[in-house]
Ligand binder design. Structure first.
Ligand code: BT5
Length: 318
C-alpha cells in the first residue's frame, strides 16, 4: 500500500488532500498518515500542509528498486532488481542468482560493498552511497572467447550515459577502464559461466565513482562530482546507463560487434599511442594500433611484429 501511495503522490502536479488519497485506496486517513511517515523515514521529502494536503518534493538518494524502476524506459535491463544496502560484492550475488536461473537483464545493486572486486583479485573501493555499484546478468548466444566484446560494449554504453547526464567526455582505456583526463572514474568487470562451446551466462559488474570527494579516492582516481563541482543524481545516471547498455546490446545482437567497435575506437584513450602492456609478470611495449573484432588489443612492437593482447593492463610508455 505504501508503494501505491507513493505512485499516487508522484502523479500529482500539486497538493493532494488526505481525503482524496483515502478515497482512492479506501483506507482511513490515519492509515495514509502512517504510510506517509514511513516514506519520510525512507528519505522522501513530503510536504504536509493543513487544508492543502500532501505534496511529494523529492526522493531519497538511494538506488532502491522503487526509485530505479520508476519510468525506467527499458524492456530487458532492470525488469528484476535486487537491492542491498550493503553486500560483499554484487558479483557474488549475481553469480548466485544466475545459477538459480535469474533471467537475462536481472540487476543487482548495492549502496556499499565490503569486498568489491576488480580483475585478478584486485579490490574495488565502494563507499556507501557515493558511487554506483551494479552487476547485471546477460545470457547472450556467443562463444566464450567472445565475452571481451561485452566488456567493451558496456564501456561504450557507460561513457555515453555519463556524457548524456553530465556533459563530461569520458574515454575508455582498454579493456575496462573509464577515464576522465587520465584519471580512473570507473571500471567494468566481466565474469562468465561457460561450457567449451557455449556461454551459459555472463555477469557484468560496473563501478563508477559518482559523488566521492577526491581526497577519499585511490591515487589517480576521480569522481564525477570532482569533475563538475556538483552533486550528480545517481538514480538518473543509473537509469541512463541501463538504457544505453540495452541499446548497445540490441545493436550487438542485430548487427554484430562492428558498430560497437566503431564507437569504442572513437572513445578510446590510447589508440595510436605508445603503450606498455603488463600481464602478471610479462610485459610488452609498442604502439596500440587497434582493437580487433574479437575485442583483443593489437600492439605493434618495435620489431614490426603485431601482437594480439587478450588480457592485461596498459599504461602510456615514456
Ligand atoms: C576494475 O578492475 O576496474 C573493475 C571494477 C569493477 C567494480 C564493480 S563494482 C560492482 C561490481 N561488484 C564488484 O565486486 N565489482 C564490480 P581493475 O581493472 O582490476 O581495477 C582495479 C584497480 O582500480 C585497483 O587495484 C585500484 O588500483 C583501482 N581502484 C580500486 N577502487 C577504485 C575506485 N573506486 N576508483 C578508481 N580506482 C579504483
Amino acid at each position: 500500500m505504501k508503494d501505491k501511495v507513493l505512485s499516487f503522490l508522484r502523479k500529482q502536479e500539486g497538493f493532494i488532500s488526505g481525503e482524496e488519497i483515502s478515497r482512492e485506496f479506501s483506507i482511513s486517513r490515519a492509515a495514509i498518515w502512517k504510510h506517509i511517515n514511513q516514506l519520510k523515514k525512507e528519505g522522501y521529502k513530503i510536504l504536509a500542509v493543513p487544508h492543502l494536503g500532501y505534496k511529494l518534493e523529492s526522493g531519497p538518494d538511494r538506488l532502491t528498486p522503487q526509485e530505479v524502476s520508476y519510468q525506467l524506459d527499458t524492456k530487458l535491463l532492470g525488469k528484476k532488481i535486487y537491492y542491498y544496502a550493503q553486500t560483499s560484492s554484487t558479483m557474488d550475488e549475481a553469480m548466485r542468482l544466475s545459477l538459480e536461473g535469474a533471467p537475462e537483464g536481472t540487476l543487482i545493486l548495492a549502496e556499499a560493498q565490503t569486498k568489491g572486486r576488480g580483475r585478478l583479485g584486485r579490490d574495488w573501493y565502494s563507499p556507501k552511497a557515493k558511487g554506483i555499484y551494479l552487476s547485471t546478468i546477460l545470457r547472450p548466444k556467443i562463444l566464450p572467447n567472445e565475452t571481451p566484446k561485452l566488456t567493451l560494449m558496456v564501456a561504450v554504453a557507460c561513457a555515453q550515459a555519463i556524457n548524456r547526464i553530465t556533459g563530461l567526455h569520458v574515454t575508455i582505456k582498454w579493456p575496462n577502464d573509464l577515464l576522465i583526463k587520465e584519471r580512473k572514474l570507473g571500471g567494468i568487470l566481466t565474469e562468465l559461466n561457460a561450457e567449451a562451446d557455449s556461454v551459459k551466462f555472463v555477469v557484468i559488474g560496473i563501478g563508477i565513482n559518482v559523488n566521492n570527494p577526491r581526497s577519499s579516492l585511490p591515487a589517480k582516481a576521480t569522481s564525477l562530482k570532482e569533475e563538475i563541482n556538483e552533486t550528480v543524481p545517481r538514480i538518473e545516471l543509473l537509469k541512463r546507463i541501463l538504457i544505453e547498455i540495452e541499446r548497445c546490446y540490441l545493436v550487438f545482437q542485430k548487427e554484430g560487434f562492428g558498430p560497437i567497435l566503431e564507437q569504442w575506437r572513437q572513445l578510446s584513450s590510447m589508440l595510436g599511442t605508445r603503450i606498455r602492456v603488463n600481464y602478471k609478470k610479462e610485459h610488452i611495449e609498442g604502439v596500440a594500433i587497434d582493437v580487433d573484432m574479437d575485442g583483443s588489443l593489437l600492439v605493434r612492437k618495435d620489431s614490426g611484429f603485431i601482437e594480439r593482447v587478450i588480457a592485461g593492463d596498459i599504461a602510456r610508455a615514456r
